[in-house]
Design a binder for this molecule. Structure first.
Ligand SMILES: NC(=O)c1ccc[n+]([C@@H]2O[C@H](COP(=O)([O-])OP(=O)(O)OC[C@H]3O[C@@H](n4cnc5c(N)ncnc54)[C@H](OP(=O)(O)O)[C@@H]3O)[C@@H](O)[C@H]2O)c1
Length: 315
């Protein structure tokens, strides 16, 4: 049996509870993991709040997409992107449907080795935001000669994108509230306050122009300022401002209708991310960690929209 977080109805964090559920034996190509940390992402909240529909037939909903833990059982032919998976392996699972749980059965193809230097919290929060950041930087082709504008740079995805763009040698213009500017400067970016006058502040910080832009927050301002400053719309992407982004003719990335899900890029990103962590090019910044039973509190924190880094649940 395993503790599992479920949403018993559509609504706010109050609909979340923990139930005790049987865990299946892993079948061929599957592994069972004792979860040490599960990443919390805004997507999880969108699911039970009803953004993607409120079909009662889908209740109760399991939540979560990423986890780190120890393999406790394997089925036949359990092999992942880094090779065979064995009992006792410390791993990160992504995508891992229903990851808010103490134990989890996932396809072995979802599992990569956890870098030894990464804590459980860091490992639990690496993949969903990290793979999204890799997808964004690939989609807008960020390279060493670019100045790239990253909106929402202090968020879970933003902090990954900033570090990965800096590692590519780009000049990174990073929007955030002033309280986050020291952190962004430490990561190698040029911090810029969002809000009225943003385009002028970016021009002043990058007098030679901006080559690419990523909206990682979903505001009209992020899309509009990107379009104003970047000449080539194929070098602007959004992961959250889909209506405005579609009107502007920029790239839409993720699971929304009409967006590029980047399935292969995100799957390939997993080993790139663990390698970047091992090489010291990427840190996972933790904004908060909560016991699994306090998932609702974790969600109240992420719903502020102003956390910096990853929130994780600890079974
Ligand atoms: N399409 C996809 O594949 C995909 C994947 C992952 C996430 N997402 C979506 O992308 C968004 C970000 O995800 P996340 O995990 O990074 O969320 P998050 O960690 O909750 O992001 C919070 C950050 O947003 C910043 N922010 C808030 N208002 C802002 C504004 N007006 N301008 C610039 N920055 C602002 C905050 O900075 P301050 O505290 O400084 O205000 C805070 O650091 C969410 O909507 C999420 O659902 C989409």
């Amino acid at each position: 049996m395993s503790d599992v977080v479920v949403a018993g109805a559509y609504g706010g964090p109050e609909v979340l509870s923990v139930i005790d559920e049987a865990v299946a034996e892993p079948g061929p190509g599957q592994v069972r993991i004792a979860v040490r940390a599960a990443g919390v992402n805004p997507f999880d909240q969108k699911v039970y709040s009803g953004v993607f529909g409120t079909d009662p037939a889908n209740l109760p909903l399991r939540l979560g997409a990423e986890a780190a833990g120890v393999v406790i059982a394997v089925g036949a032919q359990a092999s992942g992107p880094a090779g065979p998976v064995e009992v006792g392996d410390e791993v990160i699972a992504y995508r891992a449907s229903g990851a808010y749980a103490a134990e989890l059965v996932v396809p072995a193809s979802s599992v990569v080795p956890k870098p030894a230097g990464l804590s459980w919290e860091e490992a639990g929060g690496l993949m969903a935001a990290g793979a999204t950041a890799v997808h964004v930087l690939e989609a807008i082709g960020v390279g060493k000669d670019d100045a790239v504008l990253i909106h929402g740079a202090a968020g879970g995805v933003g902090l990954m994108a900033v570090q990965l763009a800096v590692a590519r040698g780009a000049t990174v213009l990073a929007t955030a509230s002033p309280a986050k500017h020291d952190l962004l400067r430490d990561l190698g970016a040029i911090p810029i306050a969002y809000g009225p006058g943003l385009a002028d502040r970016v021009r002043a910080a990058a007098p030679e122009g901006v080559h690419a832009a990523a909206d990682l927050v979903g505001t009209d301002e992020a899309v509009d300022v990107s379009v104003e400053l970047v000449a080539d719309r194929s070098r602007i992407a959004t992961i959250a401002g889909f209506a405005r982004g579609a009107q502007a003719g920029i790239k839409l990335l993720g699971g929304s209708p009409g967006a590029d899900p980047g399935t292969d890029v995100r799957a390939a990103a997993r080993l790139q991310l663990t390698e970047a962590v091992e090489a010291g090019r990427l840190r996972v910044l933790i904004a908060g960690s909560y016991p699994l039973r306090e998932a609702a509190a974790a969600h109240r924190q992420i719903m502020t929209g102003h956390t910096s880094g990853k929130i994780v649940l600890l079974p």
